[in-house]
Every structure is written in C-alpha cells, then in structure tokens.
Design a protein around this ligand. Sequence first.
Ligand code: FMN
Length: 183
Amino acid sequence: MAQFQIAVVVGSLRRDSFNRKLADGLIRLAPADFSFKHLQIGDLPLYNQDDDANQAAPVKRLKSEISASQGLLFVTPEYNRSMPGVLKNALDNASRPYGQNAWAGKPAGVIGASVGPVGTALAQQHLRNVLAYLDVPTLGQPEAFIHAKEGLFDEAGNIGAASKQFLQGWMDKYVAWVKRHAG
Ligand SMILES: Cc1cc2nc3c(=O)[nH]c(=O)nc-3n(C[C@H](O)[C@H](O)[C@H](O)COP(=O)(O)O)c2cc1C
C-alpha cells in the first residue's frame, strides 16, 4: 500500500510529449510505497484575480489533489528559455486566493527533457525561483537536464539503458527528499 502520494505536473500538453514519457518512465523507478497521480492542467482557466472568491471547478480540483499529496514532481520542457505558460498558469491558479496557497510545504523534484542539449536548465531555474516564493522545498541535487534523443526510452516506455542508472539515482534521492520533508 502506497504511503506517499505524489502529484505529478507535466509542463507540456503535447500528445507525444517527451516530458510526459519521462514522468512515466521515472514513476516506474519509484519504490512500492510511492504512488503517482498526473494533475490535469490543460483545462484550467487563465488565472484572473477577479475569480479568487469563486474559483472554477478545475482549479478547485487541482488544489484538492495537491492538498491530498505528500510531494510534487515537476517534469517540464523549456519554452523560449523559461517554463511553459501552462505550467506558470497552474502555479498561479493553485497559489490563490492570498493565504490559501495549495503548494506550500510540499517537497518537490524538478526535472525536464528537451531536444536541445542544454535544454530545460533555464526553465528549471525559473521554476525553482517561483517554487521558492511559493514555499516549496525543492531537491537541489542531482540536477537533471535530460536530452530527449534516440534511446532515452525503450520500446516499452522504460528509461533506456544509457540514462537508467543516472535517473534511478535521481529517483532514489527524490524519494529520500520526500520522506524527509513530508508531514
Ligand atoms: C514554443 C516553444 C519554445 C521552445 N523553446 C525551447 C527552448 O527555449 N529551449 C529548448 O531546449 N527547447 C525549446 N523548444 C523545443 C522543446 O524542447 C521541444 O519542443 C520539446 O519536445 C518540448 O517538450 P515536450 O516533448 O514534452 O512537449 C521549444 C519548443 C516550443 C514549442
């Protein structure tokens, strides 16, 4: 029985997203006492402060799924040297109304894949800035800027041989981080 429920936020809405595949491959490297739920962010309204007193149903759903989790896993592409707008929109929506920030205190891992060889370093750094303000403790090491290239995944969707050891090490550190910080 899973003791630690992790809310997974993928910063891409693309059907064949490398980052969603990376999230799913990572999940397979986690121990049995961890379970993972992908949070839907594509149906959130664009954040509007006028709606704070009457948040839309997808925002309420997002906030309650975050609240029910013991940790967060952000897996994001880089768009124009930052995080995608859909991800920032999700962060903003669940951070409000003022004083009711659903993200606060949830330990998080940040990772991402890009077709560019140094990709997601800047997106991850921008994301970490926002998470710091939102009072989310983030795993600092190891950093993981994953190059989405041939062989990253095998045909069954597992992490491919060349990256498996590194990403297993990343997952092991993430698991220890969540256990250290979760309630
Ligand atoms: C609007 C846009 C901006 C992008 N900007 C960057 C970038 O700044 N750095 C980078 O490495 N890749 C960039 N890319 C390429 C992405 O790495 C690539 O599209 C990747 O597959 C997106 O992740 P996904 O497969 O999970 O959707 C950009 C792609 C798009 C669509």
